[in-house]
Design a protein around this ligand. Structure first.
Ligand code: PXG
Length: 459
């Protein structure tokens, strides 16, 4: 049974009848029908009507080496034939997670040398939460278990991921979060800086919110702070340079662990293997997934710093946690091949030295001046475009988020896939993009902005 035997209409009907989608209003979806992406190659995706669309989101922040990489398919095939599955419980292991762990320890910050596997970013954050709480129990401080996170953070969609995250709409449907997680302000200067406040001072003030939360609970009650280096799903919110070093200083001062969620930023997106390296900070845990396999297989890796692992090893006792697919041999084989390709093609260096700076300049020169654009910002190959009604006052169109959806729809119709989150357009292209691809994207985005402006004027 192959999909080619079905028409687009048939696939949409079957999809509506049987498939519940993530983060979807199913009433709306049934009226509109889903967009069915049937195949992809390099930087392009194709829908079942044959339209070619430049994928500005790398799937969902993950297909860093682009589509159609035979080597990854071959790595999966070879591993499936040799050993499709065996578990890593009960003192067993298989070769590919062993070698992948060694590779990850090589590219991670120096003090990070151990890996715990899962199949998704959400699972990895569940592991991280349980691990840091377990750490403090082993250290004889079980009451030190509060986690400080941030409003608008996205840490996944399981109960723990949602609880760690700071998305109101998700919390509303949770019916009870994991206890003892609090959320402080996000470091988003464009909307939250006071009049006349410099980015530097705003960054320090946003970090001070972490200190205030520690002092409010008492440092002996706080296990860890968790944050995305750059908030991704929340709208590519890039903190001022003063923020992360100050957060790290505060965590060290009060002996609070630092958990960095690099599910989006990991594996080259910011121009280093990890954003921890871009920011020069030393987190105790680094959550990664997505681009670890460029999305070709579901796999997450929680990278764990030496401070935590030495305690685990010294104190002993079982950490009662793990997944059937922890260290899945096929997913790990694909990850190894993916990292090899990133390295061989110099994609991390390319983002750092060439495409990242070019992307920033192109957004500034070709997009920032548009009437609908309040601000553009980027780090490496990760960018945001703020949609506003009035550039000077930063007034937004109402209802909130409606204008960005119009821009997105025009962009897709013009062969450019990007995401709208609230009033922000976000971009997270594959790292294989070249200067030419960036030029093509900017042209298509500028056109979408013009068309949206005309629509919005008519409203
Ligand atoms: N942490 C971060 C920082 C993420 O971005 C997760 C954890 C969870 O990963 P899994 O693999 O469980 O989905 C994510 C996922 C969006 C969008 O709309 C972003 C994500 C997932 C789905 C949609 O931008 N990020």
């Amino acid at each position: 049974m192959t999909y080619q035997n079905y028409s687009l209409k048939q696939l949409q009907q079957i999809d509506a009848a049987h498939h519940l989608h993530p983060f979807t209003d199913h009433k709306e979806l049934r009226e509109a029908g889903s967009r069915i992406i049937s195949h992809a190659n390099g930087p392009f995706i194709y829908d079942s009507e044959g339209a070619e669309i430049l994928d500005g989101m790398a799937g969902l922040w993950c297909v860093n080496i682009g589509y159609g990489r035979d080597e990854l398919a071959e790595a999966a095939y070879a591993q499936m034939k040799e050993l499709p599955y065996y578990n890593s419980f009960f003192k067993c292991s298989t070769p590919t997670p062993v070698l992948l762990s060694k590779k990850l320890a090589e590219i991670a910050p120096k003090h990070v040398n151990q890996v715990f596997y899962g199949s998704s970013g959400s699972e990895a954050n569940d592991t991280a939460l349980r691990l840091v709480r377990h750490y403090w129990v082993l250290e004889g401080k079980p009451e030190k278990n509060r986690i400080i996170s941030r409003k608008m953070a996205y840490h996944g969609s399981t109960v723990a991921g949602t609880s760690l995250g700071g998305m109101d709409a998700m919390h509303k449907q949770l019916g009870g979060a994991v206890p003892n997680i609090v959320h402080v302000m996000m470091p988003y200067a464009y909307e939250l800086a006071l009049p006349g406040e410099s980015d530097h001072d705003f960054g320090l003030r946003a970090a001070k919110a972490v200190e205030d939360a520690i002092l409010e609970a008492g440092a002996d009650k706080v296990a860890a702070f968790i944050g995305e280096p750059v908030m991704g799903a929340g709208g590519v919110k890039i903190p001022p340079a003063s923020y992360w070093p100050e957060v790290q200083r505060i965590c060290r001062k009060y002996d609070v662990l630092l958990m960095l969620d690099e599910v989006i930023t990991g594996y080259g997106r910011t121009g280093e293997w990890f954003a921890a390296q871009t920011l020069g900070i030393e987190p105790d845990t680094i959550t990664t997934a997505k681009a670890l396999t460029s999305g070709y297989q579901p796999l997450s890796a929680l990278l764990v710093g030496d401070r935590i692992t030495s305690t685990l090893v010294e104190k002993g006792g079982e950490f009662n946690h793990g997944y059937t697919y922890s260290g899945h041999p096929v997913a790990c084989a694909v990850a190894l091949k993916n990292l090899e390709i990133i390295e061989k093609e110099g994609l991390v260096e390319r983002v750092r030295n060439d495409t990242g700076p070019y992307f920033a300049k192109a957004l500034q020169e070709r997009i920032a001046g548009h009437d609908l654009v309040g601000e553009v910002r980027s780090i490496g190959l990760m960018g945001a475009i703020e949609i506003v009604k009035d550039k000077a006052t930063k007034e937004r169109f109402l209802p909130s988020g409606s204008a960005a959806v119009i821009v997105r729809d025009h962009a897709i119709a013009n062969g450019m896939m990007l995401r709208a989150t609230g009033d922000t357009m976000i971009l997270s292209p594959p790292l294989i993009w070249t200067r030419d691809t960036i030029d093509m994207a900017c042209e298509r985005i500028a056109k979408a902005l013009d068309l949206a402006k005309a629509d919005l004027r008519k409203r």
